[in-house]
Design a protein around this ligand. Structure first.
Ligand code: FAD
Length: 374
């Protein structure tokens, strides 16, 4: 069977990889949107400490985090050594001992079903500061050894390279659907038509415009996110843990002194790709309160990406009602690097007609689609 995957962010790259690895013929089309979420993403893989209670979301996030080690192994077997994934551990900060106790309890309970959380320990303010020296000395923390970080661009590229090693082809361009009588009959890029048995849409925040000509309104909206990259000179930061402060921001470090801090959550901004003074102020203000030691870091850049957000912030996956050869997943929101590789493996199975681990009713695509837009 043959497949076309439209959109090569983390979700499409994983879907294509899993199909190609199973011997399917895959064509990947991507137009390299500069606001691709995967490109801008921070890279935290640590879903277990959250207070979010939605079970369907947690199922995806937990399985997504657990999926990483085996995926990284498979990619290494395919000769892709640079995935930017490392289990550096994570620390969740607080002043309040009671809150830290609750956090530790929650993590310990969740570990019964998610052994990949690893060791859970409370750290006092000295131990916390030793792990991430720029932090203010006033925070204690809960440390989980299974927390990880990943470079979204490197992982996406590794998946796309490995897909091509398994026979997939890649086309750069803007895809448009051709359809007739409840079936998508082809995909156009410019004047060239591509045909396949199954068409898979993983176009992130831009998916609604692809489906619009089919008379379908897809309720996915872009949530703008700004995120700042810094460099700590002469500092080796590669093994520093992911930091989750008590506010809605985070800080993480990569090799060579690179520190990433963010991000904003801006609704109703459309696809405005400008880094703004106010957005950066919010990140810097919250960031320096938590980590005053970053004040001497070199400013490198501000990235802007668009998180694809579905109704209720819950990802959707399934076939598109009324079109029997059209499949999609979307709505990965703020946790798409965590969920994307796993969800892509499931979407590949779904499109190939195999059994999947997800209860599709919980992630129902039809709830996010309505017909007859004017
Ligand atoms: P995208 O990565 O946006 O990819 C969509 C692709 O579709 C694009 O490449 C685009 O070019 C292509 N496309 C669209 N339309 C067409 C068309 N018509 N023709 C051809 N190509 C098309 N998640 C975490 O788990 N941990 C984090 O720490 C984290 N931090 C984040 C920080 C920021 C600043 C942002 C923006 C996101 C963050 N996320 C994080 C969320 C995560 O990045 C996203 O949920 C995820 O990347 C979404 O992946 P996607 O493949 O669905 O979409």
């Amino acid at each position: 069977k043959t497949y076309i995957v439209i959109g090569a962010g983390i979700l499409g790259a994983s879907t294509a990889y899993h199909l190609a690895k199973e011997g399917k013929r895959v064509t990947i089309i991507d137009r390299e949107e500069p606001g691709q979420a995967t490109n801008a993403a921070a890279g935290i893989i640590c879903p277990w400490l959250t207070q979010r209670r939605n079970k369907a979301w947690y199922f995806l996030a937990k399985n997504g985090a657990a999926f990483y080690p085996s995926l990284i192994n498979q990619l290494e077997e395919d000769g892709e050594m640079e995935t930017g994934y490392q289990r550096v551990g994570a620390i969740s900060l607080h002043h309040d001992q009671g809150k830290l106790m609750k956090m530790e309890e929650r993590a310990t309970k969740r570990r019964e079903e998610a052994p990949e959380i690893g060791e859970i320990r409370q750290l006092d303010h000295n131990e916390t500061n030793e792990l991430f020296p720029p932090l203010s000395e006033e925070y204690s923390s809960v440390h989980v050894s299974g927390g990880a970080r990943v470079n979204g661009q490197l992982l996406r590229d590794a998946l796309l390279n490995a897909s091509q090693k398994h026979g997939a082809s890649m086309i750069k361009g803007d895809a448009k659907l051709e359809y007739f009588n409840g079936k998508v009959t082809g995909v156009y890029v410019g004047n060239t038509k591509y045909e396949a048995d199954g068409i898979i849409i993983t176009a992130g925040a831009w998916a609604p415009e692809l489906l619009k000509p089919l008379g379908l309104k897809l309720s996915i909206s872009p949530q703008k996110a700004q995120i700042i990259h810094l460099k700590l000179e002469d500092t080796e930061t590669g093994s520093w843990p992911v930091v989750m402060p008590p506010n809605n921001q985070y800080i993480l470090a990569f090799d060579g002194g690179r520190v990433v801090i963010g991000a904003t959550h801006e609704d109703e901004k459309g696809f405005d790709r400008r880094p703004t003074f106010g957005g950066m102020h919010e990140i810097i203000d919250k960031g320096l309160t938590v980590a005053p030691g970053l004040s001497d870091a070199t400013y490198i850049e501000t990235k802007v990406g668009f998180r694809p957000v579905a109704p209720n912030f819950l990802p959707i996956i399934g076939s598109i009602p009324g079109f029997d050869n059209l499949f999609m997943a979307n709505g990965l929101g703020a946790s798409g690097l965590t969920v994307g590789p796993y969800l892509g493996s499931q979407l590949a199975k779904l499109a190939a007609g195999e059994d999947i681990e997800l209860d599709l009713d919980q992630y129902d695509v039809s709830g996010a689609i309505s017909d007859n837009i004017s």
